[in-house]
Design a binder for this molecule. Structure first.
Ligand code: EPU
Length: 420
C-alpha cells in the first residue's frame, strides 16, 4: 500500500488551483442515467471514487470517455443492468445515488444495502421512505434493496434530517414523476444546487434552488447537456488550513469562497488573515500561535463535518483549548488517537472533542482511517517536527486529486512512496 511521507516545518507559499468537487461529480454522473443523450461534464476530479462510479455506470450500460483535461463524455443509450452490486457499494457508499435515477428511468432498481462505515451507522431509511412516498414499492432481498414503480407520482416528502445523498436521490427520482413533488427540509449543500442546475439545463423543472424547500414538476424526458462541476469546497478548505497551519501565504484559485463562509469565519476568529475575491482565496498566517476556536459541525451552511478532522489538526496547535462537537455523524473521531500519537492533547467526551493546544507536534507513523482523517493527519504532518509517515492513504485517493503534488508545489516536503 502507498504511503505519504512528510518532513514537517516547511512554510507553504504560492498559488494552487481547486479541483472539481467529488461530492458534486458523483450525483451528476448518476444523473446522466436519466437521459439517453450525450452529456459532457468538465472539471471532473481524477479520484478513486470517480473510477468506482465509472465502473458502476459502465455495468449499467453507460459509455464513458474520460479525457486528460478532466472532461468526461457520457451516454447511456440503453440500460443494460439495474443493479449496484455489493462489491461497489461497499467500496463507495455513494453508489446508492443510482437508486433514484434508475427507478426514474427504468421503473426498477436493485442496490446493495450499505452497511455501517468508519464514520457511523449511516442508514438510508430516509431515501427509502421518500421513494415510498413517491409510490415506489420497496423490499429487501438478500442484502439488496429492490425498488419498483411503474411510474412514480409526485408527493410531499418531509425529511426528518436534511440528508445530502437522500435529497439527491429524491430529486432524481422525482424528475419524471407524475405531477408535483415537494421536498421539505431538503439538504442545502452547494453540491445539490449543482445537481439541480444541471438537471434544469437538461429540461427538468426544479424550483427552490439553495433552499430547504424544493418543488419538482415532473417532465416527460431529459436531454443531454454540457456542465462544469463546481470547485471542491472541502479540498479548498483543507488547502486553507494547510496554509494556516504552516504559517504560510497561499492563494487558492478557481474556488468558491461563498461556499466556505463558515470555515473562513472560523479562520479569521483564530487570527488568520483571509482575503477573498469572487473565485479565489488568499490565506496568510504571519503571526505566532493562533487562537483556539471551538466548532460544531452542522448541515450547510454550518461548519462542515467534512472539515472537522482537519480543523482539529489545526486546533491541536492553537494557543488555548477548544471544543469540537460532531453532530452529523456519531463516530467521526477516529483521527483523535492518531493525532494524540503525534503529541496532540485531545480527549473525547461523547460527541465532543476537547482539544488543548500544544506548542508542537512530533512526526510519527500514523494510519488514516477515512478520507477526511487522512487529510487531518497530513495537515498535522506538515506542521510537526520531524518525519510523519501516513499509511492507508487509499482513503485519501478516494477524494483528493493529487493532494501531495499540490502541497509539494507550495513548498511542502512531501512524497508518496509507492507500494512495492
Ligand atoms: N441519515 C439517516 N438516514 C438516512 C440518511 C442519513 O439517519 O436515510 C443520517 C446519517 O447517518 C448522518 C446524517 O443523517 O448521521 C447525515 O447524513 P447524509 O445522508 O447527509 O450524508 P451522506 O449523504 O451519506 C454526504 C457526503 C459526505 C458528507 C455528508 C454530510 C456525498 C457522496 N457524501 O454523505 O461526504 O460527510 O453528506 O455532509 O455527498 C466525504 O466526502 O468525506 C463524505 C463523507
Amino acid at each position: 500500500m502507498d504511503k505519504i511521507i512528510i518532513e514537517g516545518g516547511a512554510r507553504l507559499q504560492g498559488t494552487v488551483r481547486s479541483s472539481g468537487a467529488k461530492n458534486a461529480a458523483l450525483p451528476l454522473l448518476a444523473a446522466t442515467l436519466l437521459t439517453d443523450q450525450e452529456c459532457i461534464l468538465s472539471n471532473v476530479p481524477q479520484l478513486r471514487d470517480i473510477r468506482t462510479i465509472d465502473q458502476l455506470l459502465t455495468q449499467l450500460g453507460s459509455q464513458l470517455k474520460f479525457e486528460d483535461d478532466n472532461k468526461v463524455t457520457i451516454k447511456t443509450p440503453q440500460l443494460s443492468g439495474l443493479e449496484a452490486p455489493y462489491e461497489l457499494v461497499k467500496t463507495m457508499r455513494a453508489s446508492v445515488l443510482v437508486l433514484g435515477s434508475l427507478l426514474a428511468r427504468a421503473g426498477k432498481a436493485k442496490v446493495s444495502l450499505p452497511g455501517g462505515c468508519a464514520i457511523g451507522a449511516r442508514p438510508i431509511n430516509l431515501h427509502l421512505n421518500g421513494l415510498q412516498k413517491l409510490g415506489a414499492e420497496i423490499y429487501l432481498e438478500e442484502g439488496y434493496i429492490i425498488a419498483e414503480a411503474h411510474r412514480l407520482r409526485g408527493a410531499k416528502v418531509t425529511l426528518d434530517l436534511p440528508t445530502v445523498t437522500g435529497t439527491e436521490n429524491l430529486i432524481m427520482a422525482a424528475v419524471f414523476a407524475e405531477g408535483q413533488t415537494i421536498i421539505e427540509n431538503a439538504a442545502r449543500e452547494p453540491e445539490i444546487d449543482d445537481l439541480v442546475n444541471m438537471l434544469n439545463k437538461m429540461g427538468a423543472k426544479i424550483q427552490g434552488i439553495g433552499s430547504a424547500h424544493l418543488v419538482i414538476d415532473g417532465v416527460g424526458s431529459l436531454s443531454g447537456t454540457r456542465h462544469t462541476i463546481i470547485p471542491d469546497r472541502i479540498e479548498t478548505g483543507t488547502l486553507m488550513l494547510a496554509a494556516a497551519i504552516t504559517h504560510g501565504n497561499v492563494e487558492i484559485m478557481d474556488c468558491r469562497p461563498d461556499h466556505l463562509i463558515s470555515v473562513t469565519a472560523k479562520l479569521r476568529e483564530a487570527g488568520i488573515e483571509v482575503e477573498e475575491s469572487a473565485d479565489s482565496l488568499k490565506v496568510i498566517n504571519s503571526n505566532g500561535r493562533w487562537k483556539a476556536v471551538s466548532a460544531t459541525t452542522a448541515p450547510y451552511p454550518g461548519f462542515p463535518t467534512d472539515m472537522q478532522a482537519q480543523w482539529m489538526a489545526f486546533m491541536s496547535l492553537a494557543n488555548g483549548a477548544s471544543l469540537i462537537s460532531e453532530t452529523v455523524f456519531e463516530n467521526r473521531f477516529m483521527h483523535v488517537l492518531e493525532l494524540d500519537r503525534m503529541g496532540a492533547d485531545i480527549s473525547i467526551e461523547g460527541h465532543t472533542a476537547i482539544v488543548r493546544g500544544v506548542e508542537h507536534l512530533s512526526g510519527a507513523p500514523v494510519m488514516a482511517t477515512d478520507l477526511r482523517a487522512s487529510a487531518s493527519l497530513i495537515l498535522a504532518g506538515l506542521a510537526a517536527q520531524g518525519e510523519t509517515e501516513v499509511s492507508r492513504i487509499y482513503h485519501l485517493d478516494r477524494g483528493y486529486e493529487h493532494l501531495e503534488n499540490k502541497l509539494a508545489l507550495l513548498g511542502a516536503k512531501i512524497k508518496r512512496v509507492k507500494a512495492k
